[in-house]
Design a protein around this ligand. Structure first.
Ligand code: GH3
Ligand code: MG
Ligand code: MG
Ligand code: MG
Length: 294
């Protein structure tokens, strides 16, 4: 475990270091609270063992500063102190310490208390990992790995206001697979799923990293293109249509219809953009499919 030690007296500090390193920990030593605080800005330490009395920033101040951080993983704090009174312990706990060690420190007790810190921090990290996984699950489409509709709908307003504020055009392509139902009916649902996954790869491969590609519905995809003019978006939509038409599909030729919309006169918000792209897509379908409309 990565441990930061702050102690202004060299003899107990060296003893701590030797004991912790013998237990297999990765230890960084600092001489006061300010230096410790600086180190904490540079990297994440799961455990801080800090002396109470230090010049500059003392142990209590350091505890308070660590606890005032937002958006950072939990740091377990053990306060080293020769003070034993109730008032002192209360002051330490209130400042944010998790535990105490008396000075001079007994190596067996140090080892036991560091083990407690390890358990708490491991639990915390497991929670963070699970939260990340959940967030990923909630925003990703399981079949294609693309963003799902919810995640797209969350990204759309931000992209719109950014485009308006920065004065660049934002384009949206809505794509719907032609006669997809008959593919399912003829070749089965799993074949349909495989086609959707390949389509997602084609769309991802044909766009840039900062473009947002989402599975908007069953066999409908949305491609959001920041800083892309109507002409550029139509060119891209046409290129995607052509790639899909010419792809060697194992079952039968596949085609898509697309509708393109770009921010501009009367088109500024997410719903307006979606409605315009939908209308254009409907026009492509009505006009015989396998085509794009802007
Ligand atoms: P159109 O050219 O008018 O779009 O015809 P279509 O057959 O593509 O349109 P329709 O909306 O009638 O059918 C869409 C089909 O997509 C129906 C549904 O079973 C299928 N579908 C939706 N989601 C999935 C999926 O996750 N996997 C598979 N295999 N099929 C799906
Ligand atoms: Mg001291
Ligand atoms: Mg559809
Ligand atoms: Mg369709």
């Amino acid at each position: 475990m990565k441990i930061l030690v702050a102690d202004d007296e060299s003899t107990p500090a060296l003893f701590l270091r030797r004991t912790l390193e013998r237990l297999g920990h990765d230890v960084v030593m600092t001489l006061d609270g300010l230096e410790a605080w600086d180190r904490l800005q540079e990297g994440h330490y799961r455990l801080v063992i800090t002396d109470w009395m230090m010049p500059g920033l003392d142990g209590l101040d350091l505890c308070r500063k660590i606890r005032s951080r937002v958006d950072s993983s939990y740091t377990y704090i053990i306060l080293l102190t020769a003070r034993e009174g109730l008032q002192d312990r209360l002051a330490g706990l209130t400042a944010g310490a998790d535990d105490f060690l008396s000075k001079p420190t007994d190596p067996a007790e140090l080892s036991a208390r560091v083990a407690i810190a390890g358990r708490i921090v491991a639990m915390q990290e497991e929670l963070e990992r699970k939260n990340l996984q959940l967030a990923e699950l909630a925003t990703t489409d399981g079949l294609t790995g693309l963003k799902n509709r919810r995640s797209f709908n969350e990204a759309l307003p931000t992209a719109c206001s950014l485009a308006v504020r920065c004065g660049y055009p934002l384009s949206l392509i809505m794509i719907d697979v032609d006669h997809f139902k008959t593919l399912n009916d003829t070749f089965g649902h799993p074949a349909g799923d495989a086609v959707l996954a390949t389509l997602a790869d084609i769309l991802k491969g044909g766009t840039r990293d900062h473009d947002i590609v989402a599975r908007y519905g069953g066999e409908e995809f949305a491609v959001l293109l920041p800083a892309t003019t109507a002409d550029a978006a139509s060119l891209l939509a046409e290129r995607l249509r052509s790639i899909i038409r010419n792809y060697p599909w194992p079952q039968r030729p596949m085609t898509v219809s697309a509708g393109v919309a770009t921010t501009g006169t009367g088109l500024a918000t997410g719903p307006e953009l979606l409605e315009a792209a939908d209308r254009a897509l409907y026009h492509s379908k009505r006009s015989g499919r396998n085509q794009i409309t802007h």
